[in-house]
Design a protein around this ligand. Structure first.
Ligand SMILES: Cc1cc2nc3c(=O)[nH]c(=O)nc-3n(C[C@H](O)[C@H](O)[C@H](O)COP(=O)(O)OP(=O)(O)OC[C@H]3O[C@@H](n4cnc5c(N)ncnc54)[C@H](O)[C@@H]3O)c2cc1C
Ligand SMILES: NC(=O)c1ccc[n+]([C@@H]2O[C@H](COP(=O)([O-])OP(=O)(O)OC[C@H]3O[C@@H](n4cnc5c(N)ncnc54)[C@H](OP(=O)(O)O)[C@@H]3O)[C@@H](O)[C@H]2O)c1
Length: 464
C-alpha cells in the first residue's frame, strides 16, 4: 500500500481486499483546495490522519483566484481556520492585520498559498475528481458497504482509494443559468461567447471588454451589485442595463436612509441613485426565456415579452452545487436547497443571514453514505448564507469524528457577530481608512452592496 490511497491498485491492496479490505488504513481524500478544503487538511494534519487533497485547478484556491479582485466582507480574524493558524505560526508565518478585509488575491497570497505549501505533495493540483463510489459497490449494494474503501475516479481515468471523503469542491464551477425558471434559456448555451460568469474584473483586466459597450447584468445578489457599481465607474458611453426577476429593486437597495446601519443604507442608496439618474437602466419583471444573437428575450409567467440587445451579458444569478460526482453514493438532500436535510432549516436564506446561521458540524452534515461529507460552500447547496468561519467549524467537527473524538465533534461553536462578517459596512469603513472613497475606482469593487436580506431584526444583510 505504499501508494497510499492514491495510486493504481497494488498487489498488496488486492491481497488485502481479498482478505477483507481495511479502509481504515487508507488516507482521507479531501476534494478541493479552497479555504475549507485546506482547513480540513490542517485539522487532519493536526490529528495525525493521513490525507490527500485533490484540486482541479492549477493552483490552490483556484476558485478564489477567479474573484481575486473582490474584497470580502469578513475581516481576516474570521477568515483563518484555527488549526491552519497554529500550523502556519509554527512555521514562522506572520498573521495579517485581524481587522483588515482582504481581497480574494490577498486571501491567497497571505494565507491559502502558504498553507497549501505546508502540505507539499499532499495537495495535488490539476487533479479533477470526476466521480466517487465505493470499491466494488454501486449505490444499491448494502452488505459490508461501510467497510470498503471509497473509489475516486479522476477526470483522466486514474482511480484512487480512500477511507473517507471530505468534499469541499465548492459551487463556483456550477453557476445558475440565465433562464428564469432554472433551466437554461433557449439559445443560452450557443451564446456562451457573449455571456460572462459573475464578477468579471470590470475595472481591471476585463475593462476593455465592457468600456464603451452596452452591458446587460442579470441577477439581484451581491455579485450583480458589485458588477453594476463597477460598470457605473466606466466611461459615460458605457451603457448599463440591469435585469431582475422581481417587480422592483427594493430588496436589492436595502433599507436606504432608514437602514439600521447607515453605511449599508448609503451603499443601497448609491445603487438606487444610479438607477434613478438613468446611469443604470433597470428592467424589472425580466424573466430570461431566450437568447438570440445578443438579444435577450424575457417572457414572464403571463406570457408578456420584453427584450434587450446588448454587446455583453453578465450572468450574476448565483450558484448551485454539483452532486453528480457523488451520484453513486447515498445522499440525503434537502429538496429545496440541496444541502443535507438536517442543515437546511439552519441556513435557509428566508430565515437567516450569514451571521445568524447557528454552529453546526458532523451531525448535520452526515449523509446515509458513511464517511462522505460535503463541507464548505457546497454543503449549503443553493443557500448564499455561507461563511468561511462556519466552514472551518464544519471541518473541525468532521475531522474530530473521523478521529473518533465524538465529544469534540459534537461541541460545535461559532463566535460570529451577527453583523460585521458579511455586510459591507466594514468595507466602507476600510475604504475611508485607506482613502478609497466609495465610487472611486477600486473602491467600488471593495464595497459590494448589502442586498436584500435585511433580517427581521434589521441587521442581516449579506445574503440575497
Ligand atoms: C465574491 C465572493 C465573496 C465572498 N465573500 C465572503 C466573505 O466576505 N466572507 C466569507 O466568510 N465568505 C465569503 N464568500 C463565501 C465563501 O466563503 C467563499 O466562496 C469560499 O471560497 C468558499 O470556500 P470553499 O473552500 O467551500 O469553496 P471554494 O473556495 O469554491 O473552493 C473549492 C475548490 O474546489 C476545487 N474543485 C472544484 N471542483 C473540483 C473537482 N471536481 N475536483 C477537484 N477539485 C475541485 C476548485 O477549483 C476550488 O479550488 C464569498 C464568496 C464569493 C464568491
Ligand atoms: N464582496 C463580497 O464579499 C461579495 C461579492 C459578491 C458576492 N458575494 C457572496 O457570494 C455569494 C453569492 O452571491 P451572488 O450574488 O453571486 O448570488 P446570490 O446571492 O445567490 O444572488 C443571485 C440572485 O440572482 C437572482 N436570480 C437567480 N436566478 C436568476 C435568473 N435566472 N434570472 C434573474 N435573476 C436570477 C436571485 O434573486 P431573485 O430570486 O430575487 O430573482 C438571486 O438571489 C453570497 O454569499 C454573496 O454574499 C460576496
Amino acid at each position: 500500500m505504499s501508494d497510499g490511497c492514491c495510486g493504481t491498485t497494488t498487489a498488496l491492496e488486492l491481497e488485502q481486499m481479498v482478505n477483507g479490505p481495511d479502509a481504515g488504513t487508507l488516507p482521507v481524500v479531501v476534494i478541493g483546495a479552497g479555504p475549507v478544503g485546506l482547513a480540513a487538511a490542517a485539522h487532519l494534519a493536526e490529528r495525525g490522519i493521513d490525507f490527500l487533497v485533490l484540486e482541479s485547478g492549477e493552483q490552490a484556491a483556484a476558485s478564489v483566484a477567479r474573484w481575486g479582485h473582490v474584497r470580502v466582507f469578513s475581516p481576516w480574524k474570521y477568515d483563518i481556520d484555527a488549526a491552519a493558524r497554529r500550523l502556519l505560526e509554527a512555521a514562522g508565518w506572520d498573521a495579517p492585520d485581524p481587522e483588515w478585509l482582504p481581497t480574494g488575491a490577498e486571501l491567497i497570497d497571505g494565507y491559502l498559498a502558504p498553507l497549501a505549501a505546508l502540505f507539499g505533495e499532499r495537495v495535488r493540483l490539476s487533479a479533477k475528481v470526476a466521480a466517487i463510489s465505493r470499491l466494488g459497490y454501486d449505490r444499491v449494494r448494502t452488505t459490508g458497504r461501510a467497510d470498503v474503501p471509497f473509489l475516486i475516479r479522476l477526470a483522466g481515468g486514474e482511480e484512487l482509494h480512500a477511507r473517507a471523503v471530505i468534499d469541499a469542491s465548492g459551487t463556483y464551477e456550477t453557476p445558475n443559468v440565465l433562464g428564469a425558471s432554472g433551466l437554461p434559456a433557449h439559445g443560452e448555451k450557443d451564446a456562451h461567447d457573449l455571456v460572462d460568469h459573475a464578477l468579471p474584473d470590470v475595472l481591471g483586466t476585463d475593462r476593455e471588454r465592457y468600456e464603451g459597450r452596452h452591458v446587460l447584468v442579470v441577477g439581484a445578489g451581491h455579485s450583480a451589485a458589485t458588477t453594476l457599481l463597477a460598470l457605473a465607474d466606466l466611461s459615460a458611453d458605457t451603457r448599463i442595463t440591469w435585469a431582475i426577476r422581481a417587480g422592483g429593486a427594493a430588496r436589492a437597495y436595502g433599507g436606504g436612509d432608514a437602514d439600521a446601519l447607515p453605511a449599508r443604507g448609503a451603499l443601497g442608496t448609491r445603487l438606487r441613485a444610479h438607477v434613478e439618474s438613468g446611469r443604470i437602466h433597470l428592467l424589472t419583471g425580466f424573466y430570461v426565456h431566450r437568447v438570440e444573437n445578443g438579444t435577450v428575450i424575457s417572457r414572464d409567467p403571463s406570457g408578456h415579452e420584453q427584450s434587450v440587445t446588448a454587446d455583453r451579458i453578465i450572468s450574476a444569478t448565483g450558484y448551485r452545487p454539483d452532486h453528480s460526482i457523488a451520484s453513486e453514493l447515498r445522499l440525503d438532500l434537502d429538496p429545496i436547497l440541496g444541502s443535507t436535510r438536517a442543515l437546511a432549516p439552519l441556513i435557509d436564506p428566508n430565515q437567516h443571514s450569514c451571521g445568524t446561521v447557528p454552529a453546526h458540524g458532523v451531525d448535520e452534515l452526515t449523509h446515509p453514505e458513511p464517511g462522505y461529507y460535503a463541507v464548505g460552500v457546497k454543503s449549503y447547496g443553493r443557500a448564499p448564507t455561507f461563511l468561511m468561519a462556519t466552514g472551518y467549524e464544519q471541518v473541525r467537527s468532521v475531522v474530530a469524528a473521523l478521529a473518533g473524538d465524538w465529544e469534540a465533534a459534537r461541541q460545535v461553536r461559532l463566535d460570529l457577530p451577527e453583523t460585521g462578517v458579511c455586510s459591507s459596512n466594514l468595507a466602507e469603513a476600510q475604504e475611508s481608512r485607506v482613502g478609497l472613497a466609495t465610487g472611486i475606482s477600486g473602491g467600488l469593487l471593495a464595497a459590494p452592496l448589502p442586498l436584500a436580506t435585511v433580517s427581521a431584526s434589521g441587521d442581516g444583510g449579506c445574503c440575497g
